[in-house]
Design a protein around this ligand. Structure first.
Ligand SMILES: [Fe+2]
Ligand SMILES: [Fe+2]
Length: 398
């Protein structure tokens, strides 16, 4: 059956651009283009749509208002926002009503891949249960402001390292954290790095951006009471998973983009644990207790208590932040890659393997085992024969 997709944007030029780039997909998708939220609601009252993609800034009804209305009237429709980075505050207003935010300008291939992933992801996640849970959570981490600035800078061609360093240096605590991390045994440097431009030069700008994003995300939970888990071990595990995922991707000679996405998804793959443990202290403690006593893996125990698990919640919230769909997918399915529609090596495969192999090497985090390798997934991608090499790679990773 063809998916029915509705595009909403007040600028006719944007709509005709989309129509042109997505033309080749008309065999799979039934696409409709309208210029206002009011018109979109009118059409939706007449016929059902599977997906609505709306611009954020529109006169009259803006994207957030439209999607809130769509959620109320047509809760089963997948809702996406296409917006510029400047609309970050507005995006946060759509928590609960939006499945994913894409940043503008969005090229045709990215949009296509994202739509395919979001549709597949929505079908595979118990999305209603997740949304219900996330909307009742009081404390959701916000997109680090520094991150938005870095993304904007890195999108511009040939941004000088000094300029990036200057932005990070405005936050002395963050600067200190980055330098401490770069000089730790983890990165195994032979000499001391004492300035941010140096650190940028050594790590590369993409790695720096991912580190800033995850350091700032984790630090938002620093003063919170967490139900039964500790921040420090989880951060260490996330860092190791990220590094391992990156090395595995490099071993596969994956494209730079996949390597970078595997790294950032590795850093944030367990962020759902923090979100659940900070909001539902007693319930999260109960899930951990249940996992220890039964014993069963953490995902099963979380599902028994919350209906969904930390991967679902983390993926959903990171989707709202506007992280790329492949990163969101890697986070959401890191314990269940078979639920994806992966057709080849991707960030999800790297993070799933890294997480399981790091656990194999280090022992379980919070002394609770989570699911191991999903052999079926590797067999499907014809990658099972690579596992031994990756295992060695992870053993040699700090
Ligand atoms: Fe996990
Ligand atoms: Fe993990």
């Amino acid at each position: 059956m063809k998916h029915r997709i509705l595009f909403v944007d007040d600028e006719p030029a944007v709509l005709s651009g989309l129509r042109r780039t997505l033309r080749t997909l008309s065999a799979d998708w039934d696409m409709t283009f309208v210029e206002s939220g009011a018109r979109a609601l009118e059409l939706m009252a007449q016929q059902p749509f599977d997906v609505v993609i709306s611009d954020m800034m529109m006169p009259g009804m803006n994207g957030a208002e439209l999607l809130n209305e769509v959620m109320r009237r047509h809760p089963k429709t997948i809702r996406l926002i296409l917006s510029g980075h400047a609309d970050r505050d507005l995006i946060l207003k759509c928590v609960g009503s939006t499945h994913q935010c894409l940043s503008k300008p969005c090229d045709g291939a990215v949009l296509q891949a994202t739509l395919r992933r979001v549709i597949a992801l929505e079908a595979s996640l118990e999305s209603e249960a997740i949304k219900r849970l996330v909307t009742r959570l009081e404390y959701l981490p916000s997109i680090p402001a520094l991150y938005g600035e870095l993304v904007a800078l890195l999108q511009a061609p040939e941004t000088p390292v000094e300029e990036v360093a200057r932005i990070v240096e405005r936050d002395p605590a963050m600067t200190a954290k980055v330098l401490k991390l770069v000089n730790s045994a983890f990165f195994g440097l032979s000499r001391q790095v004492s300035s941010l431009p140096d650190a940028c030069g050594y790590l590369g700008l993409d790695t720096l951006r991912s580190l800033v994003l995850s350091l700032q995300t984790f630090s938002q939970f620093q003063s919170r009471k967490l139900g039964g888990i500790e921040l420090e071990p989880l951060w260490r595990h996330s860092l190791r998973t990220a590094q391992a995922a990156k090395r595995i991707a490099q071993r596969q000679a994956a494209a730079t983009e996949i390597v970078d996405e595997a790294f950032v998804a590795g850093l944030l793959h367990d962020v759902g644990k923090l979100i659940l443990a900070a909001n539902c202290v007693a319930e999260y403690e109960q899930a951990l207790r249940q996992a220890r006593e039964k014993p069963e893996d953490l995902v099963e125990a979380e599902r028994a208590v919350f209906v969904c698990d930390h991967a679902d919640v983390g993926g959903y919230v990171m989707g709202l932040w506007g992280l790329p769909a492949s990163v969101v997918e890697a986070i959401a399915l890191h314990h269940a890659p078979s639920r994806s529609h992966s057709e080849g090596f991707d960030p999800l495969t790297a993070v799933h393997a890294a997480n399981a192999l790091v656990q194999e090497r280090d022992g379980p985090t919070h002394s609770i085992l989570s699911r191991g390798l999903d052999l079926q997934h590797f067999q499907k991608l014809d990658l099972a024969h690579r596992l031994e090499t990756w295992r060695q790679e992870v053993r040699n990773t700090p």
